[in-house]
Design a protein around this ligand. Structure first.
Ligand code: SER
Length: 326
C-alpha cells in the first residue's frame, strides 16, 4: 500500500472514474477517497459510499468539500468528451476549461497539494505525423474537446511554472474496460463491440473498418495514472501532459480478434457492419499511434496489454458477468 493521502475524484461515476476510484481506495483506504460527480451513482455503485454531488463549475462547493475532507490530491476527471462535445461547443469549453481552472486555483491557494489532469490524443489534429506522433507535435485539434484539453494542458504547465502547482497529466488514448461504460467519445465503439458481440452477435460500427486509433486497456490506464502520481516530482519533466500509447488497432482488427476468440470458446459469432457517421471525421483527424518515449524515460511507463490479451480478458470478465446475471 502506498502512503495514504486524502483524495477527491471529480467525474467519479464516469468510465475511468469508476475504476480509478476503486483502485485509489484499494491503495489508500476507503475512507481516504471522496467520490464526486454531477450525477448521483446508483446505490450498488462502488462510488455510492463516501460520495458528494459536485458540479465542477461550482468553485465554492469544490473549496468547501476540499476543506471539510482535508483533501490533498484531486484527480480531476470531469469532462465532456469528443463526440458529445460537438453538440454544445460552448458548454464543453466551459466545463472542460473552467472546471479545471477551479481545481488549479484551489491548488494555487494551497488548499490542495497535487492535481491529476487527464488529457487525450484528441489534442492532435490532422497535420501531425500520424504514426508515432511525438509529444511535442503541433496541437491543432479539430474538436472543441481537443481544443479544451490542449488549453487545459497549457493551463497546467502555467500553474506549475508560475506557482509551483504539482499537476501531472496523461494523454489517454481510447480506454477499453469491462468494469464501466464510456459515454460521448469517439473511441467508445471499442467497448460497445464486446457488449453487442456477446448480446446480439452483431455490431454496427460508426467508424470505418480500417480506422486505426491508439487505445489502452483499462488496467494499463489505471496503472499509468497511479504510477505518474507516485513518481518523484523531479521525474515529471513535462507539465503539460505525456503521450500514453497502449496499442493500436482498427475496428476490423478488433472484430477479427473477438470473432476468433469467441469461436475458440464456442460462445457465438460476430457479424460487423460499417456505417461511419460524423465520428469517423473526428477519428480520422487523430493519430494512429503516439510515441510515449518520454513517459517511458521519465517515470518508467510500460504498457502490458496487447490485442489478444485485451480481448481474452474482456471476454473472460463480460462472459462471467453475463452468466451470473441470467
Ligand atoms: N476517448 C476519448 C474520446 O473518444 C478520447 O480521449 O472522446
Amino acid at each position: 500500500m502506498t502512503s495514504p493521502q486524502r483524495i477527491l475524484v471529480t467525474g467519479a461515476t464516469g468510465q475511468i472514474g469508476t475504476v480509478l476510484s476503486a483502485a485509489l481506495r484499494a491503495a489508500h483506504g476507503s475512507d481516504a477517497v471522496l467520490c464526486t460527480d454531477i450525477v448521483t451513482p446508483p446505490p450498488a455503485s462502488p462510488c455510492a459510499e463516501r460520495f458528494a454531488t459536485l458540479d465542477v463549475l461550482d468553485a465554492a462547493r469544490l473549496r468547501a468539500l476540499v476543506a471539510e475532507h482535508r483533501i490533498e490530491t484531486v484527480y480531476h476527471l470531469s469532462a465532456v468528451l469528443s463526440a458529445r462535445g460537438e453538440a454544445d461547443p460552448l458548454r464543453t469549453w466551459e466545463v472542460n476549461v473552467n472546471g479545471l481552472i477551479n481545481v488549479l486555483e484551489a491548488a494555487r491557494e494551497g488548499l490542495i497539494a497535487r492535481v491529476f489532469f487527464p488529457s487525450t490524443i484528441a489534442v492532435f489534429g490532422p497535420n501531425v505525423p500520424p504514426n508515432g506522433t511525438p509529444d511535442d507535435a503541433v496541437l491543432n485539434p479539430t474538436t472543441v474537446y481537443g481544443m479544451s484539453k490542449a488549453a487545459g494542458e497549457n493551463w497546467c504547465a502555467y500553474y506549475h511554472a508560475r506557482w509551483g502547482v504539482d499537476v501531472r497529466g496523461l494523454r489517454y488514448p481510447g480506454v477499453i474496460g469491462h468494469q464501466s461504460l464510456p459515454g460521448g467519445g469517439t473511441t467508445d465503439y471499442a467497448v460497445d463491440i464486446f457488449h453487442q458481440a456477446l448480446e446480439n452477435g452483431r455490431y454496427e460500427c460508426f467508424l470505418a473498418a480500417d480506422q486505426r486509433l491508439p487505445m489502452i486497456y483499462m488496467d494499463d490506464a489505471i496503472r499509468a495514472t497511479l504510477e505518474i502520481m507516485a513518481a518523484p516530482a523531479e521525474q515529471i519533466r513535462r507539465r503539460t501532459s505525456y503521450n500514453l500509447q497502449g496499442l493500436s488497432f482498427s475496428p476490423a482488427e478488433i472484430a477479427a480478434e473477438i470473432r476468433g476468440e469467441m469461436r475458440r470458446r464456442g460462445i457465438g459469432e460476430l457479424e460487423i457492419v460499417y456505417r461511419p457517421d460524423y465520428r469517423q471525421a473526428i477519428a480520422a483527424s487523430w493519430p494512429r499511434s503516439v510515441d510515449d518515449r518520454e513517459a517511458r524515460q521519465d517515470w518508467n511507463w510500460r504498457a502490458r496489454f496487447e490485442l489478444p490479451q485485451l480481448v481474452a480478458d474482456m471476454l473472460d470478465n463480460l462472459a462471467a458477468h453475463a452468466t451470473c446475471t441470467v
